[in-house]
Write a protein that binds this ligand. Structure first.
Ligand SMILES: Cc1cc2nc3c(=O)[nH]c(=O)nc-3n(C[C@H](O)[C@H](O)[C@H](O)COP(=O)(O)O)c2cc1C
Length: 454
């Protein structure tokens, strides 16, 4: 029934869209569309130069766009846009054709953050003034887009089904923003429902006197399904959920992930949908906590050293994703700015890192590691290695029999050098592959933790 309501909404949306499309076709000089077969249809040549230069119009519409741009099975529209923009900007072509290709780049999924990065990159090779000119136009094209739109565009790229349009008709039954795209209206009605992080629908019941109910299949991101009185079930791409008629339940995204599922309407007699109260923040928050403790029977410690706070933030995310306890590895003598000056060969960090045997003393509160069986160790990379205080920490605590997983932040170096050294220095410990967490968001950290199985 939920789908039936949604279908009405979708029909209205389709009608509205049709009018807009007709208007655009009438007034637009350039008609540039991606057809179902991914064939590009371009009429700008014939519209503007059809009489004056018919051969040029043919080459423009049928060859350049009709054939070259249409070979998007070999190079995507997005990549072709990138190459075209780079070529135009490099030549200093910043007239309306750049505006057109910026629009196309946006349509092909290039986000505001990406275009700003792309033009900045081009600036170094093509020249500063050309980048300035390009930025003036790009600002207009991406004027409406926010970082939330960026995240949405990124999510769309993960998923083969469309996100669709804002699910305004049902917004009152949702906490947060959701989107809807009809996938099938025949035989089995199917919709793709996309939820922003934290978005979920109200408790509801699909009623039917015979048959009925709903089936969900996760297609992208991570979400939850919960029946009243039962623990929540995680939904990942490929997870199938069967919702019988008459069962009170809700579904939606995880707090830190976009999420989309296909919803299949199961035909039934006298089917109807009953929307009930929202899932409160408390109910929703508890689910994440319950799932964390249910998923992992491990007792996890997240120990980290951080001189300037970057690794501390990464450690917090690891702790949130694992449900582990955080412990700050603290030097007895804190590192001053002068101590951290890597350009100074005599600075404390330089001296320590040159001396493989240096073991700076620990301060901070004492730690009993006996109760933990998994220990994450986080550190900033110093001279491609873990700071020596990490050696002090490992040698001062009995980590035998525990799984030890390094993570790090850096100015650009990978974690492989430092992780390999730690493994070589402490071969008796059970090391798992480490991970660099530079600028890692919650989702990235959670995916890593999921892969590790915690
Ligand atoms: C003494 C010192 C040496 C460093 N050496 C490296 C290095 O070899 N490679 C690198 O990418 N970053 C290096 N960095 C940068 C840090 O790894 C990076 O800023 C890190 O995120 C800081 O984390 P923190 O705030 O937790 O201390 C070094 C920083 C310092 C202070």
């Amino acid at each position: 029934m939920k789908i039936r309501f949604a279908s009405e909404h979708f029909q209205k949306y389709k009608q509205g869209t049709l009018h807009v499309v007709i208007l655009i076709s009438l007034f637009s000089i350039l008609t540039f569309q991606v057809m179902a077969q991914e064939k590009i249809v371009q009429t700008a040549g014939r519209t503007q130069l059809g009489e004056f230069a018919p051969e040029f119009a043919h080459l423009n519409d049928d060859i350049l766009f009709g054939e070259v741009w249409s070979r998007n099975d070999l190079l995507s529209l997005r990549d072709r846009s990138l190459v075209t923009l780079t070529s135009l900007i490099s030549q200093g072509i910043t007239d309306s054709s750049l505006g057109f290709h910026l629009q196309e780049a946006k349509k092909s999924g290039i986000t505001r953050t990406e275009i700003s990065e792309i033009i900045t990159h081009i600036a170094f090779y093509a020249g500063w003034p050309k980048a300035w000119a390009a930025f003036r136009q790009a600002k207009e094209v991406w004027a409406e887009e926010t970082s939330a739109d960026d995240a949405k565009a990124r999510f769309q790229r993960e998923m083969i089904f469309p996100i669709g349009e804002p699910n305004t008709a049902y917004a009152k039954y949702f906490t947060g923003n959701s989107y809807l795209a009809r996938i099938s209206d025949e035989q089995v009605p199917i919709a793709n429902v996309t939820f922003e992080p934290g978005c979920r629908n109200n408790w509801h019941i699909h009623h039917a006197t015979k048959g009925g109910g709903q089936m969900l299949i996760g297609v992208a991101g991570r979400g939850w399904y919960q029946e009243e009185g039962k623990p929540a079930q995680e939904i990942l791409p490929g997870t199938v959920i069967h919702i019988p008629a008459g069962v009170k339940h809700w579904h939606g995204a995880a707090i830190d992930s976009w999420f989309a599922h296909l919803a299949f309407e199961i035909s039934g007699e006298n089917a109807s949908n009953e929307w009930l109260e929202p899932v409160t923040d408390e109910e929703y928050g508890n689910i994440e906590v319950n799932m964390n403790s249910m998923q992992s029977n491990h007792k996890i410690l997240v120990a980290y050293f951080s001189a300037t706070g970057v690794t501390a933030r990464a450690a917090q995310k690891v702790a949130e994703a694992t449900g582990g306890e955080v412990y700050a590895i603290t030097p007895a003598k804190p590192y001053t700015d002068a101590d951290l000056d890597w350009r100074d060969k005599q600075s404390r960090s330089s001296v320590e890192m040159k001396d493989q045997k240096a073991r700076p003393a620990l301060g901070g509160k004492r730690l009993d590691v006996s109760e933990y069986d998994v220990v994450f160790i986080g550190y900033p990379i110093w001279w491609d290695q873990a700071p020596r205080i990490i050696n002090t920490f490992i040698e001062s605590h009995d980590l035998k029999g525990k799984t030890v997983i390094p993570f790090a932040t850096s100015g650009g170096s990978t974690i492989s050098g430092s992780a390999a050294t730690l493994k070589r220095t402490y071969p008796a410990l059970e090391w798992k592959e480490g991970r660099l967490l530079n600028r890692a968001d919650e989702k990235t950290v959670r995916t890593w933790i999921d892969i590790l199985g915690y």
